[in-house]
Ligand binder design. Structure first.
Ligand code: 5GP
Ligand code: ZN
Length: 137
């Protein structure tokens, strides 16, 4: 994809702080980290979002994220990590090249925004479950 910044970073055309690279992926440090060590996994092939991601990339990315998360715990001393992956502008995606965030979480912060759990309505829940399960058959 011409003019895609993450295509250029993934291919090495634009330099980045690379923490891992293989045939399929490059993992880089986020330029504006949510916490120390915030990393992004970029596929070397352009996919807009998870709905376009090919199966062999999808199968490989979670084990890689787990490996990077383990390395963060061991080497950076974080107590845990979040895997975050935004799809679509409404969901907070700002770079339209699929990527997965690995965000180290430290016991002393920084705090991050969590969603507020709302009460569910049983009737609405049933309608939602029926609607989605029908679409997924
Ligand atoms: P999104 O909001 O699309 O899920 O995440 C995009 C992420 O890419 C953001 O966290 C942002 O800081 C990061 N980012 C945007 N442009 C660059 C860049 O040129 N280099 C690096 N390393 N990170 C970038
Ligand atoms: Zn791209």
């Amino acid at each position: 994809m011409e003019n895609c910044i993450f295509c250029k970073i993934a291919s090495g055309e634009i330099p980045s702080q690379t923490v891992y690279e293989d045939d399929q992926f490059r993992a880089i440090l986020d330029l504006s980290p949510a916490s120390k060590g915030h990393t992004l996994i970029l596929p070397k092939k352009h996919f807009k979002d998870v709905t376009e991601l090919e199966k062999d990339y999808a199968a490989a990315i979670l084990p890689l994220a787990a490996k990077i998360g383990q390395a963060m715990k061991k080497e950076l001393g974080c107590a845990g990590f979040n895997l975050v992956q935004n799809n679509g502008e409404a969901a907070g995606q700002t770079v339209m090249h699929y990527h997965m965030h690995i965000i180290p979480r430290y016991t002393n912060g920084p705090k991050m925004v969590d969603w507020k759990p709302n009460e569910s309505n049983p009737e609405e829940q049933q309608e939602l479950a029926e609607c989605l399960s029908k679409a997924l058959q």
